[in-house]
Design a protein around this ligand. Structure first.
Ligand code: ADP
Length: 463
């Protein structure tokens, strides 16, 4: 059984709040009840002490008489509060007794209290008891009072009402929290789940080949924003790859068509006797076939260096030696274009495949020559850094727009959209360079400014 993220988040939040509200309500109810009962017990103790204090003062020592009117008032008031009073003088003669005074009222009060407590607290197990207190004046006992009440304590109708109200408030808070948590859970779940669902939909679209789709809009959650950006980047990358793939097919077709058409039309004309097979014409065909072979060789070469089976035969190689060798190799072309070349830096020995690294150098230098005007300038710098050798090839040629830089290492990519064949390149050289450098766990980067020149950096680890 699979639930939606939204349902899971909502249910989890509601379950947590339900649990928390239940626990908090239970414990706060218990705590408040306990505290309230402690308070009631203390109140009742204070009340009995008050009664004792009031009665003590109502004995007149000089006349040896009790103020019976006042005692009657106190007794009746105490009775209405649930206390049954019996006052005896020091000779144990009863001065005032609630039960004698109004037996039926006393029974009524006692019955009401017992019935209320038994109804509301069936397990309470309370009963009426009486406690006897001495009444003293100036250290002399003047009498004694017995105070009967429901022990250990009793609650009035108002007290029970107060506890019921309190429970109602706690219950209302619980219900309100649940409603709020439900609303918050739903909003939160939607907030989290909606972008995820949308991202899932977009990923599905991407996997179906719709690379133009993007997640629009801002997301405030950091992780979700990262997820969405990653998916958008994936779509960007696939879009670029798709465009390159299409271009690759177009380019291969284009590169093959031009020389093939030229050779076919020349040969046709010769076969039909329109043209004499002069050495110049055959030379033209031969050059076109040479161009084709070159392209196929480039493709083969690329397939080899891009494949998993690029076996590197590593040995210590001095990048400075390679630089000198390459300059020697391009001597004629440099001279032809009148380009000045300077090699700077120190020797840097790295563990690499000499032939492959020579190929890197050759491709970079041949590009620098190709894209530099006559009488231009090329610098080759070799640096011996901590854990790698650094090779820099810099020219002051035509350069490239910055936005093209990330693409130049792609197969068949040429910044010159018109595909001017004059330069002779098919856009494979840098793809080969990148594959070789990557196979050496190295790194290649480029900097360039349109019209001012380019600079390529190759890092090859020493081990
Ligand atoms: P190509 O065979 O076309 O030179 P590369 O893969 O070697 O193919 O280079 C890809 C593209 O990068 C080139 O078509 C060119 O537009 C650009 N490029 C490479 N090197 C340079 C450079 N030194 N100066 C300016 N543009 C360059």
């Amino acid at each position: 059984m699979r639930y939606s993220l939204r349902t899971q988040i909502s249910l989890t939040i509601i379950a947590i709040v339900l649990f928390t509200v239940a626990i908090v309500s239970f414990f706060s109810n218990q705590f408040i009840r306990q505290k309230f009962e402690d308070y009631i017990v203390e109140q009742q103790r204070m009340r009995t002490l008050d009664i004792v204090a009031l009665l003590e003062n109502r004995y007149d020592e000089t006349t040896e008489k009790w103020d019976t009117d006042f005692i009657h008032g106190v007794g009746m008031y105490a009775l209405s509060e649930g206390y049954i009073i019996k006052l005896n003088d020091r000779n144990n003669v009863t001065i005032w007794d609630a039960e004698n005074h109004d037996m039926s009222l006393c029974s009524q009060v006692m019955n009401e209290i017992s019935a209320r407590m038994e109804k509301k607290r069936p397990d309470f197990g309370g009963s009426f008891i009486s406690e006897v207190y001495e009444l003293d004046q100036k250290g002399q006992q003047v009498g004694m009072v017995s105070i009967g009440y429901y022990s250990p304590y009793f609650l009035t109708e108002h007290d029970f009402q107060f506890l019921d109200d309190l429970n109602l408030v706690l219950f209302s808070i619980g219900v309100l929290s649940l409603l709020l948590s439900f609303a918050a859970g739903t909003v939160l779940a939607r907030w989290i789940a909606r972008p995820i669902a949308k991202t899932a939909y977009i990923s599905k679209q991407i996997s179906d080949g719709n690379y133009a789709i993007r997640f629009e809009g801002k997301i405030k959650t950091k992780e979700l924003d990262e997820l969405v950006s990653a998916v958008n980047h994936l779509a960007d990358a696939l879009d670029v790859q798709e465009a390159l793939r299409k271009r690759l097919t177009e380019d291969v077709a284009h590169e093959l068509r031009t020389p093939l058409t030229t050779v076919a039309s020349h040969l046709e004309a010769i076969i039909e006797g329109v043209w004499e097979p002069t050495p110049e014409r055959l030379q033209g065909c031969y050059e076109e076939i040479g161009r084709l072979s070159g392209l196929v060789a480039d493709l083969e070469h690329l397939a080899r260096v891009e494949g998993d089976n690029l076996n590197l035969i590593k040995c210590p190689v001095d990048l400075m030696d390679i630089a000198h060798w390459a300059v020697e190799h391009f001597h004629a072309e440099l001279k032809k274009k009148g380009i000045a070349i300077v090699i700077k830096g120190q020797s840097a020995i790295v563990l690499a495949d000499r032939n492959r690294i020579s190929q890197v150098m050759t491709n970079l230098l041949s590009n620098a020559i190709k894209y530099t005007h006559n009488q231009g300038m090329i610098h080759i710098v070799v640096k011996n850094e901590d854990d790698h050798g650094l090779l820099i090839v810099e020219d002051n040629g035509i350069g490239m727009a910055e936005e093209k830089l990330p693409l130049i290492f792609e197969r068949f990519y040429r910044t010159d959209e018109s595909r001017n064949r004059r330069t002779g390149g098919a856009g494979i050289g840098l793809a080969i360079v990148k594959s070789i450098v990557t196979a050496h766990d190295g790194e290649i980067t480029a900097e360039s400014q349109l019209g001012r020149g380019s600079r390529f950096f190759v890092k090859i680890p020493k081990s």
